[in-house]
Each structure stands twice: as C-alpha cells, then as structure tokens.
Design a protein around this ligand. Structure first.
Ligand SMILES: [Mg+2]
Length: 198
C-alpha cells in the first residue's frame, strides 16, 4: 500500500526521513562524547546494538543524564552521510519531505540549526518516538530509517520502509522493508516506489 500525498500535482510522495544514523552519522558523535563522559574508548567497530550506550554499562537513567549533558554537542557535531544532503535537496523538488526524529524536544533548536547549517530542505519536522502514528496521521508514503523496531512496526501496517543499513539492522528481512546502504541507493529506491504507483 502506497499512499499519495493529497495535493497530487507537483509533489509526488510524502517521504518521512529519520535523522540519526540515516541522514547523519550519529554513532561517531555519540561515541566521542560518551567516551569523554566515561573515560572509555569505544569505536564504531564495537557497535552492534541499536542501544549501544549499553557498551558503557549504563542503565537508561545513567544514559539520559549523559545525553542531557552532551546532547547538544552530540547533535551539532554529527556529520551528514555522503550524498545525503544533495539527494534530500533533489527529492525535495518533487516530493513532500517530513523529518521524523525521536530526539526529545529539548534538542529541537540544535536540530533545526543543524538542518539549516547543512542546507537540508524539508516541509515539516516532527519530534516523536511514535513514528508509526505520526506517519499514519500525516499520510507518509514511505519512511527512511535505520531502526529495526520501526521497520517491523511499519511492515505490520504495510507502510514501506527504506532501512538505512547499520550493523544492528542487518537481521531485518521483510518484504516491504527495502535496504539502502547509501543515499544513492535511497534515491533509486524512491524512484522505484514512485514507478510502482503507476
Ligand atoms: Mg535513527
């Protein structure tokens, strides 16, 4: 099932886009500041779990404390993945783009500043952990995300997901979950979805 953006005409699909580890390399930035906070020295090679703060032996409360202290720096210093910005710019010309992030509202300003700084064009932005409901409410046609749990939830509702490849999502294998290991592949997959509408 692919839903079309209501005002059919110029904009063809409504694309939901995650930020962390989809548009930008959050892992490296998190590791840098988590290492600083803990005195440990993990690298991206050590990350095999979506909740990689567990490497540090923290529980969720301890993680939140560190995240609240360093979150602004973590988010500001994350680098875009290769081709992410140019592909998003191109997609925004013909599609409706909604940024859908599970970051807390506490980091809304740094998120919007980062998007502006890197020249990301988008139509809407939502801060929510309930991405499925957000996408249903706003009639998103396809979500681009790295998180295994969202991929499974969306697959259950037959909403296509382009799963941005990360070490912790390689085991997800579902028909309506397409994989992309870079932004050129995201672009191809979106073109294919657009064609499959006709
Ligand atoms: Mg993510």
């Amino acid at each position: 099932m692919i839903r079309m953006f209501k005002s059919w005409g110029q904009k063809k699909l409504h694309i939901g886009i995650d930020l962390d580890n989809t548009v930008l390399d959050a892992t490296s930035s998190y590791l840098h500041f988590y290492n600083k906070a803990s005195g440990l020295s993990y690298s991206s090679k050590d990350v095999t779990d979506f909740y990689f703060y567990r490497l540090y032996g923290w529980n969720n409360t301890e993680r939140e404390k560190v995240y609240h202290q360093y979150g602004r720096d973590i988010h500001w210093n994350s680098s875009p993945f290769p081709h992410a910005i140019e592909v998003l710019q191109e997609l925004s010309l013909s599609h409706q783009i909604s940024i859908i992030t599970a970051r807390p509202l506490l980091f809304r300003d740094v998120t919007i500043d980062w998007l502006k700084h890197h020249g990301v064009r988008y139509d809407n932005i939502a801060f929510t952990e309930n991405k499925l409901q957000e996408c249903i409410d706003s009639e998103v046609s396809v979500l681009v995300d790295d998180a295994p749990h969202y991929a499974k939830e969306f697959a259950d509702k037959n909403i296509p997901v382009i799963l941005f490849e990360q070490p912790y999502n390689t085991s997800v294998k579902i028909d309506t979950v397409y994989r992309a290991s870079n932004w050129l592949e995201v672009r191809s997959r979106i073109s294919a979805l657009q064609v499959s509408l006709r």
